[in-house]
Design a protein around this ligand. Structure first.
Ligand SMILES: Cc1cc2nc3c(=O)[nH]c(=O)nc-3n(C[C@H](O)[C@H](O)[C@H](O)COP(=O)(O)O)c2cc1C
Length: 216
């Protein structure tokens, strides 16, 4: 597929992106743009393709207003347009492997028997892990979705703020995630920056390219 934009444009947009501290609460992401951004989450890759996640999108103002109290009083959850809570499945095991196998059959039409090898490999990996290791593995998948979402948003001029500064157990309770079998890991506020957010003009503080990239 031909590139839809030049790499220079992409890098410019990534430089434009910053962790927005102050959203303009009057600006909402249009529904047609938001539905595309949701696809950036849906399309995120994951180990084996297992997608051990669910993305909860908080749009209800009454819920959003309650979030800063459990987010070290950060205002982004309240003032942004859409607030995404990236959550892992609390229980993860053989049933999740079978769920994926069934989905592969459904989407690709492959005979289920042809997937036995792949299924066995996944079951082997999952069964060898302790619950803690599985949690760490699944948590790390969420950060892939987070990165893809932020990059996608930046390319279409939507601001974001990734957030780990929140009390996950409180979010789980307030948003009803725990009852659904999920646990909040990381969040991302999305919307449009306030004109007076001083952070937008701050220089990017990054280590020199030669320090973080090494050619071998
Ligand atoms: C996983 C993660 C969690 C973060 N949590 C918060 C947060 O709770 N609140 C906040 O204001 N910024 C948060 N940040 C933003 C970082 O501080 C910011 O990305 C970093 O300082 C680099 O600045 P830049 O994103 O503006 O380039 C988080 C970033 C990441 C990747």
């Amino acid at each position: 597929m031909p590139a839809t934009q030049s790499v220079n444009d992409l890098i410019e947009q990534l430089k434009w992106r910053y962790a927005c501290k102050k959203f303009d609460p009057t600006k909402k992401i249009p529904a047609e743009i938001w539905s595309q951004l949701e696809q950036a989450l849906v399309l995120a890759p994951s180990s084996y393709g297992l997608q051990p996640w669910k993305f909860f999108v908080v749009m209800d103002p009454k819920l959003k207003e309650q979030l800063p109290a459990f987010s070290w009083n950060q205002p982004q959850p309240k003032d942004c347009s859409h607030f995404v809570v990236l959550a892992i499945k609390k229980e993860f095991g053989p049933a999740d492997v079978d769920r994926l196998v069934n989905r592969i059959v459904e989407v690709t039409g492959a005979p289920k028997e042809s997937l036995e090898g792949y299924r066995g490999m996944m079951l082997g990996s999952v069964s060898r892990m302790s619950d803690k290791d599985k949690e760490i593995w699944n948590r790390s998948q969420l950060y892939i979705a987070l990165g893809q979402f932020m990059a996608a948003a930046a390319t279409i001029g939507v601001d974001t703020c990734p957030m780990e500064g929140f009390i996950a157990e409180k979010y789980d309770e307030l948003l009803g995630l725990d009852k659904k079998g999920y646990h909040a890991v990381v969040c991302c506020a999305a919307g449009y920056r306030a004109a007076d957010d001083a952070y937008a003009a701050r220089p990017k503080v990054r280590y020199a390219t030669q320090e973080v990239i090494e050619h071998l």
